[in-house]
Design a protein around this ligand. Structure first.
Ligand SMILES: [Fe+2]
Length: 315
């Protein structure tokens, strides 16, 4: 396994006033170097990030779209998900060995099989931190709730979760819809979110979900997103304590700023999609990865870790 790129990608300061605007920017995997948390030169807003690394602020890990099958030797598009996830976990265990928690933002399984979730939990447990999982369009949300959170969902109930850590609140939304590739937050979950955010407006908050709430400039993916995203964004726009919105689904690194909130996706631990693509396509130039997010008192800094599979058998 070779760590091919480890670089900060975001640095979110406290909320600022200003016009509401999405500013999408795809950050391709063209970085280099093998020093953890080493910033690339020339990127703005990194000074505070460097200070955080020196101070060793607490951090958490985001993993997404592992797409494990029931059969650990299964392959899709000639890629085996298990060894790719193992390589990402190996890199994280070496470079970020003491996370406060791990969040897994959906498409945990490719087939919804109990065995795929059992293996995922076993692999993520190697990171030695509490792990929180939310469902994607390939997942079985009721089974995930029962097996990964010891919780029984009512019929049509969303698998919504919330927890506090390091002075931050993390809200895990369920954007999955049974039988559909696209997602929806739904009225009930959205109104719960609105009330929850209104109750603690000073609490710095991270919101996570599977589907992208903003377009990522890929036509086929942007047709498979959250159907009621405008209503969700209207809630998030009125909650400046939400510093960061994390999601998976798009199998690529993406970052945009809307008001003072960063919206960011993470590479899949499996294979990557071509950014800014009209149709489905694999991005052979990018490898599996994960995100490390350092937590300041009121702001965050993100780092993407990518791995290559050189010298490692795919199955
Ligand atoms: Fe996926």
């Amino acid at each position: 396994m070779l760590v091919t790129a480890v670089r900060p990608v975001s640095n979110v300061a406290a909320p600022q006033s200003g016009p509401q605007a999405a500013n999408p920017a795809v950050d391709r995997c063209d970085g280099a170097g093998d020093q953890p948390y080493a910033p690339r030169e020339g990127k703005p807003l990194l000074a505070l990030g460097i200070a955080w690394y020196v101070e060793r602020k607490p951090y958490f890990i985001q993993i997404s779209d592992s797409h494990l099958f029931e059969d650990p030797a299964a392959r899709l598009w000639d890629v085996a998900p298990d060894p790719h996830l193992d390589a990402v976990v190996d890199a994280l265990a070496a470079k970020a060995p003491d996370p406060e928690f791990v969040i897994v933002t959906g498409d945990c399984s490719a087939d919804g099989s109990p065995e795929s979730y059992r293996r995922l939990r076993e692999k993520v447990a190697r990171l030695s931190a509490p792990a929180y999982y939310l469902p994607g369009n390939h997942d079985d949300a009721p089974y995930m709730a029962r097996y990964l959170a010891d919780r029984t969902l009512a019929r049509f109930e969303k698998f919504t979760q919330v927890f506090d850590a390091c002075g931050w609140r993390v809200v895990m939304l369920d954007s999955s819809v049974v039988g559909e590739d696209g997602g929806s937050i739904g009225n009930e979950q959205r109104e719960w979110l609105r009330a929850r955010l209104a109750r603690d407006p000073k609490m710095p908050t991270i919101v996570a979900m599977h589907h992208n709430p903003l377009p990522v400039d890929s036509r086929w993916l942007d047709k498979m997103t959250i159907s009621d995203a405008p209503a969700l964004l209207a809630v998030l726009d009125t909650a400046p304590q939400v510093r960061l919105v994390l999601f998976g689904h798009v199998h690529q690194e993406f970052e945009a700023k809307r008001n003072a909130t960063i919206y960011a996706s993470v590479p899949s631990t499996f294979f990557q999609f071509k950014p800014r693509s009209a149709d489905f396509g694999r991005d052979e130039s990018c490898t599996a990865g994960a995100r490390i997010v350092r937590l300041g008192d009121d702001n965050v800094a993100g780092t993407i870790v990518r791995v290559a599979m050189e010298g490692r058998r795919a199955s």
